[in-house]
Structure formats: C-alpha cells, structure tokens
Design a protein around this ligand. Structure first.
Ligand code: NFS
Length: 678
C-alpha cells in the first residue's frame, strides 16, 4: 500500500489508512490515485464545456487549437470556468444563509413550538437597530419576525446596497462603487454571473472576473454574514470554550453519532436530543454508557463553538471515522459530504443518514429533516443510532487514541473583551501590539483538505512558520480543525511555537496564538475583525492598508475560491494553494495576482509551494508595516532588537484569563472562560 505518511500528517489518519487497507476499503486517496494522471487540460482550466459543440480544449503548447469552436480563447475559457466555480461556492454558503433565516423566521412566528429559541436577545436587538427594525416596547418575537423578513428579502435584493455591506470600511465601499462591483442580492449576482458565462455573452475575461468578485462579495458581506448573525441569535454567541479534537474523541462504550455537513439547525437539535433523559435511558438499555456526539467539517465547528462538542476530524477524516467501526450513525446535511460514505460505512454496522431535501446519497437512508418538526426528527435519528449500537461488533472496533485539547469560540464580538477586559473592551491592545512591533500582523488561515496534498501538512507548516514570526493567526473551517488536532489551539502553543513578541501578548491576555473563529461562513467574523481594526484607527484606513493577509493552504472546494475572491475584493492579500485552474491563462493570472491590487487593494498569490506562500505573506505584512511607518519588529529571529520594556499595553488593565492554567475538562461542559470581571 502507498505510504500513509505521504497521505496525511495526522498520526490518527495514518493509523486509519493502515486499517483501511486491512479492511480492503477504498478511500478518497485511493480513488484519487486511480485517476492519475489527472487531465492536464482540466488542471490548467483550458477545457470548455459551456456549449454542446465541445468540449473544446486549448493546446497549452501552442501547437494545436488556440481557440474553441466559437472563438473563445484560453483567457476567456479559464475566466469562465473560474467564474462558474465562484458562483457555485457563493450559492452553497448563501443557500445555507437562506435556510437559517427561514428557521429564524419560523422560530419567531411559532415560538417554542418550533423547537428553536432565540438564545441571544442582545444580538437580536443590536441587529434590529442596525437593520432599522423598531424594537422599543415590542415583544422580542415581533422584532425577530420583522428582522427575519428583512433578512430574507436581502437574498433577492435587486438594487441598492446589502444592509451588512454598510459595515465595510467607507474606503472599501468607495472602491467597489468605482469598479461597479458593489453587490446586490446573492440571487441576482449569481444569476447574472451565470448568464454572463453562458455561451456567447461576456467575452472579456477581466470583466468576467470583476463580475465574479461582485458575486463573491454578495456572499462574504451578504449570505455568509447573515448566516453567522442569525446562527448567533438562534443558538447563542460563542464564548471561549474548551474541547477536544481527532478520532480519539469517539467513545468505545458510548453510542457514537457523527454529524457532518454545515447547517447547525440540524446539529444543534441533535445535540439537544442526545441530552434528553429518555434518549439517554434508551442508550443505557442498549448497553451504552451514554451518547457521544462529535462532528466532522464545518457543522462540527458550529457545535464546537457554541456547545463545546468534540471534533472527530476535518474533511479527509470523514471516511476514516467510519472505518473505526465505532460510529453507529453518521448524519449529514449539505456540502462536503462524499458520495462514497455508504460504501465505506458498509465495512461495519454504521448507518449513514441524509436529511436535506437538497442532498440525497444513494445507499444512505433518508430521514427528511423538517425545521417545522425538528425535535421529533432529531429524536428519531438519535433512536436509530442507539438501535445501530446494538449491532456494533466490539471486536472490529479500532479507535485511534489520538485526541488533542483545544480552545475555540472566539468572535469579533468577544475578542475585544478578551483583549481589553470588560471595561476597556476594544481592539486597542491588539493595535498597540502590532504598532509596537510585538505582533507582525494578523493572518487568516482557512479552508479545506485536499487529496492532492498530504492532509494538514500545509496548514501546519504555514501556521507554525507564521507563529514563529510573531504573526497572530485566526482560523475557520477545516484548517482550524487541522491545527486543533496538532495542538496549536491550546494556550501552551504560544510557548511552543510563537515568537517572543507574540508570546508576550498571548501570556498577557491569556489566549492561544491561533484563534478559532468558527465555520467557513464565519469567515465573515474575520472580515468584521479587520473592519473593527480599521475603525479603531491607527493602522490604516481600509483593509488593504492593514498588516493582514489570508491563506487557503489546502483548498479543495469551490467555496474556497469564492472566499479567496471576496477576501481579495475586500483588499486582502490571499495566498491560495494549490494553484486553482488558472494556470492556462496569462491574462487571468496577471489580473488576479497583480492588476486587481490597483482596484481593490488586495491580490492573490497562487502557488503550490507552501514555503513560497509563507514568504509572500511575511513580505506583504512587512511592506504594509513599512507603508504605515510602524515600529520595526521588536524581535528578529527571537532576539530583542526594539525598545526595551515589558509588554504593558494590555497587562496594565487586563486580568489575564489564564487559559493555560485551566487545562481542558469535560468536553461537553461549557467552560468558564468568560471575559475577565474587573
Ligand atoms: Ni469550508 Fe466547510 Fe472543510 Fe473546505 Fe468543506 S467543510 S465550508 S469547504 S472542506 S473548509
């Protein structure tokens, strides 16, 4: 069998790859191997199947066809393919947003009968004020219903700015207006983008890329941002919370239910159902010691952030988890769910259940999850899992022991409290740390796993390198899970990996050097943090002036390119690995990696080399520091080179939260890691 070390950097995954071979099970890595060599035209983005005269393929060596049958050249074909991927990625996030808004509306109208509650009244009221919904002397449910209706109308907004777009720095919005890419509703942007990519419409590749940016912005500052806000209102705003990650969170003596997918309307309800006393009694009667819910992919991040539920793994763990033989039932909703799951699950007693009317998987059982009857469906699914537990063969169970403590649950709303304390809450301490040269900058490392890259290896290499250079890292998605499994989300990671400047700051404030901000739709939280840094003043007047950057080191999904594009459109330098299907066009690369910077302030760096990505990010941060005339970095290669003196910007008025001393307790327990009382 191929060397597991080449396939994953995660020891639990390597162990399970050996187990997969013993069981004779094929995984994503095997199937990917079977496909090699991958289609060279496709990899370069040079295959066009937009019309039925084709597919047309452009010869990258210039010897054969240089245009398709209609006359489309390489640049148009590459841009068109990319634009379609962006539309698809934006559709996925934003349809998720639409679903949670519908549940929010239902919760507001039906009250507790809906099974959902409005858990975060403070955020509800803040949003009502922002969205112009009257709230004085009105019942919460009426305010919520009006807000939900306003939010729902944003998806089809035909003209005018999206409400959340007004959160963006003024300078950024001015750039978008000037370029004609200030987005309207996501439905309109996606339809227009797809129209423009259809046969014989938009033939200018750069105009098409700008239209793709507009759709991406409608997602990042629209659909995704609304999804995050509504989820916080319904399920509560996250607080720093302890938990654990990796396959070792599966429990040999308990009913194990894995939730996989994206929308917390399902996973939150399952968590609630699994805690009901009659369900626990059912499990006990079946001989189990309890019911253990763990997550895969972004829905895992959602219930981790709010409930502290353990994470079983990221994207490439989904099949490996099933091969343990310890999972009784895997329940999925939408996105990043491999169609192979039922075949892999068939190695054991494991049941795979689909729930979304949009996502059926042949071979899985479908139990339609209707948000109007959510509690009953969730209980039914838990009962099925208990039933399946009775069929588990303990002799075939193989659970890797690897599991790692972590702290997650940071948001744009709670970070100011962790940084500045309750009475001085704000981003000033972070800005001071950046300005004084203790922290070089802030970098968002996000995105997926891909079978093209040894699992987690790029995430870990990049994050460790950035930490060593005093860069504060913020994360979401499967990248956050990769770092969680490797222990980078523990406060102690500051001592182990961070440069001395970042270490001082982490010690003073008591946060890990890598902050987990949630799922991929929660990249909107990162936009909000950056916007707040601009608003606080002192390090730039729009996002493009800040010493910040983003990276997707193991990008796989179309959603990743959409996120990358809205980051670039928002003024952020974004390293994207591996190179997406743009290599076939000089024009597309020139625009996205260079020229776009003059328009939006951001740009891409496409590379397959993670060290090149790290160098590019660090050089970018330094160039922004220089342009802002910030102090030189206080430490060079670990040696103090700047002004002496202890770090007091925060420690003078902040009680360190002391995460390091707390260690990690029972995963399900909501932690005491609240902002310090002063
Ligand atoms: Ni994001 Fe989440 Fe993971 Fe990639 Fe898929 S789960 S929405 S797309 S693979 S980070």
């Amino acid at each position: 069998m191929p060397n597991p070390q080449d396939r994953s950097a995660d020891p639990a995954a390597r162990e399970m790859l050996i187990r997969a071979a013993e069981l004779g099970a094929k995984t994503v890595w095997d199937r990917h191997e079977d496909l090699k060599p991958l289609c060279g035209f496709g990899e370069l983005g040079l295959c066009c199947d937009v019309c039925y005269m084709g597919p047309c393929r452009i010869d990258p060596f210039g010897e054969r066809a240089q245009v398709g049958a209609c006359g489309a050249d390489a640049h148009l074909i590459v841009a068109r393919n990319l634009a379609r991927a962006v539309a698809c990625g934006a559709a996925a996030h934003s349809d998720h947003g639409r679903e949670v808004v519908a549940v929010f509306r239902h919760a507001a109208e039906a009250g507790s009968a809906s099974g959902y509650a409005i858990s975060n009244v403070e955020k509800l009221m803040a949003l009502a004020a922002e969205w112009g919904v009257p709230s004085a002397n009105r019942p919460e449910r009426q305010v919520a219903a009006d807000l939900a209706a306003r939010m729902a109308s944003q998806f089809g907004l035909q003209d005018g700015p999206l409400v959340p777009l007004l959160r963006a720095p003024e300078e950024q919005r001015r750039r978008w207006e000037k370029m004609g890419i200030a987005p309207r509703g996501i439905d309109r942007e996606i339809v227009e983008l797809l129209h423009r990519t259809s046969h014989g419409v938009e033939s200018d590749p750069v105009a098409l890329l700008r239209a793709a940016m507009r759709a991406a912005l409608a997602d990042g500052w629209g659909g995704s941002m609304i999804a995050t806000d509504v989820q916080d209102v319904l399920f509560g705003g996250p607080m720093a919370i302890r938990s654990r990650a990796n396959l070792g969170v599966l429990e040999a003596q308990q009913v194990n239910i894995l939730v996989h997918g994206h929308e917390p309307v399902l996973s939150e309800m399952l968590v609630a159902a699994s805690r009901e006393s009659d369900m626990l009694e059912l499990a006990r009667q079946a001989g189990a010691e309890g019911i253990n819910i763990a997550g895969i992919c972004c829905t895992a991040n959602e219930i981790l952030m709010r409930q502290g539920m353990p994470i079983a793994g990221n994207y490439l763990h989904q099949e490996l988890a099933l091969l343990t033989g310890a999972v009784d039932l895997m329940v999925v909703d939408v996105q990043c769910v491999m169609p192979s799951l039922p075949q892999v699950a068939a190695c054991h007693h494991t049941k795979v259940v689909t729930t979304s009317s949009k996502a059926h998987v042949p071979g899985a059982e479908h139990i339609g999850f209707d948000a109007h009857d959510a509690r009953r469906t969730a209980r039914e699914i838990v009962a099925r899992a208990v039933e399946a537990f009775g069929r588990r063969d303990p002799a075939r169970v193989h659970i890797p022991s690897h599991r790692m403590d972590l702290v997650a649950g940071f948001t744009n709303e709670n970070l100011p409290h962790y940084l500045g304390g309750r009475f001085r809450a704000g981003y000033r301490p972070l800005i001071d740390a950046i300005a004084s040269g203790r922290i070089r900058g802030v970098v968002a490392v996000v995105g997926c796993n891909t079978a093209r890259i040894s699992q987690d290896s790029h995430h870990l290499a990049l994050v460790r390198r950035l930490l060593s250079q005093d860069v504060l890292v913020v994360q979401t998605g499967c990248s956050a899970i990769a770092c969680a499994k490797a222990g980078l989300l523990r406060p102690e990671a500051a001592v182990e990996y961070a440069g001395p400047g970042l270490q001082e700051v982490c010690a003073a404030v008591g946060v890990p050097p890598v902050l987990h901000l949630g799922s991929c739709v929660d990249n909107s939280r990162i936009l909000a943090v950056c916007t707040a840094l601009v608003a606080e003043g002192g390090i730039g007047s729009d996002l493009s002036e800040l010493p910040i950057a983003a990276a997707a080191p193991e990008a796989m999904s179309e959603k990743a390119i959409t996120i990358g594009l809205y980051a670039v459109a928002s003024g952020v330098f974004t390293a994207f690995t591996p190179v997406p299907r743009v290599a076939g066009s000089r024009v597309v690369r020139q625009y996205l990696e260079h020229d776009v910077e003059r328009e939006t302030g951001g740009r891409f760096l496409f590379t397959d080399d993670i060290e090149e990505a790290a160098r590019g990010i660090l050089a970018h941060l330094d160039s922004k520091r220089k342009a802002l005339n910030l102090a030189p970095m206080m430490y060079q290669d670990g040696v103090r080179s700047g002004a002496p003196g202890a770090f007091r910007a925060m420690s003078t008025y902040v009680q360190p939260i002391g995460l390091a001393s707390l260690g990690c307790g029972k995963a399900q327990e909501r932690s005491q890691l609240r902002p310090p009382e002063e």
